[in-house]
Design a protein around this ligand. Sequence first.
Ligand code: IFM
Length: 464
Amino acid sequence: MPADPMPADPMPALRFPAGFLWGTATSAYQVEGNNTRNQWWLFEQQPGAIWHGDRSGLACDWWNHAEVDFDLMERMGHSAHRMSLEWSRIEPEPGRFDSTAIERYRALLDGLRRRNIRPMVTLHHFTNPLWLEQAGGWENPAAIVRFQQYVRYAVRALGDLCDQWIPLNEPLVYVVQGWVRGIWPPQKTHLLAALRVFRHLLQAHGVAYQTLHANSPGAQVGYALPVRVFQPSDPKRWLDRKAANLKRYLVEHLWVTGAADGKLRFPLGLDEYQHSLADSADFIGINFYTRDLVRFHPDPRRLFGEEHFSPDGEYSDQGRQGVYSEYAPQALHQIVREVNAFHKPIYITENGLPDHDDDQRPRWLLGHLHALYQAIQQGCDVRGYYHWTLTDNFEWSEGWGLRFGLVELDPATQLRRPRPSAALYSAIARTNAISETLVQTYAPELHPILFPTAAPQQQNARKR
Ligand code: IFM
């Protein structure tokens, strides 16, 4: 009997490559709760440090009950999760490693794997043990050796459960918030110290890369680069173009080129070559939330540029520092194409927006995934997407004021309520595709952009 012909594709869809990873990203301090031994816990106690006087408190209670959220991920068909380890739990005093903490992390990683969710582990996501802070933190080059010892311990203890590692999350954000804007601990405004910290972080990345590989030969090690794709406010104005380029150089190029050719470029150094840093990324992670326009400003403390959003842009929710982000998926497309020139696999290690009532998230999600889809069609090697984040969590100095979750969380009761975008993301993850029906249902206004050749559809199918 002749085989049945392949059924015609029932519905047009933008299909992602086989094996593409779909997940969410979190960090230990933001979700675990009661991380009392690091500098952020101390900082939180200062009046006015956190918006509305919020506290991280139990956060999402992951130290006790992360499995509640793992079950949610599994039910939503996620295939990956990026989480971080809390250094101050693992090494509460210098050189004393806590086996109970490591056992809990083993249980977490095992819990993800048993649900067919591939873990990616970040080793440093903004928090430091108090003892490291008291010894000068990352301003002191001794932090590099301390970090290496912690990384070695962690990979030896957990390397059989995880093969994707990121030593440091968003180093530039850590430096700018802590030493340039002075709004995160250690609350300094000191450019030279900022550069010293940045140099040490880049060196630490290289050292951690080697340590991870030496102790877990099959490991894949990358970094999570915060990208804002600075663009000149007025492209015809030379000073705006120079100011935007300077920001891109400092925020993106220094790190990416350093991790490729091993050179500490000016102003981090004078092109000194660091053997451990050369070719120290098996993949490149992009954390993308917005693009910034840059207008020249004579103040060197602003690095000669003032950032702003497009006056006619669409904005996400507003926090204590003003609008958080502007809808600019084309900038994600641009950066993915640029990073692809380094010939490394690319992961979107964070992308999302604060949107407490979820009236923008479905469209922003579809718009950004479409930008990724186009980059993949053009040959970019993108392997996965981690939405920030699963449940609302403690958003640093914005406290609980900015809500990034696919799932709404009430931190007082720990009740979770999936937002509509959770179902949308689940449908995409399950099918590895964006179908026309999903676009019609969640963001019909995007239909002509995502499916330009399809017949016009009814425009009244929007949910809610
Ligand atoms: O919550 C943060 C995360 O810790 C680092 N990247 C940006 C997220 C949203 O602001």
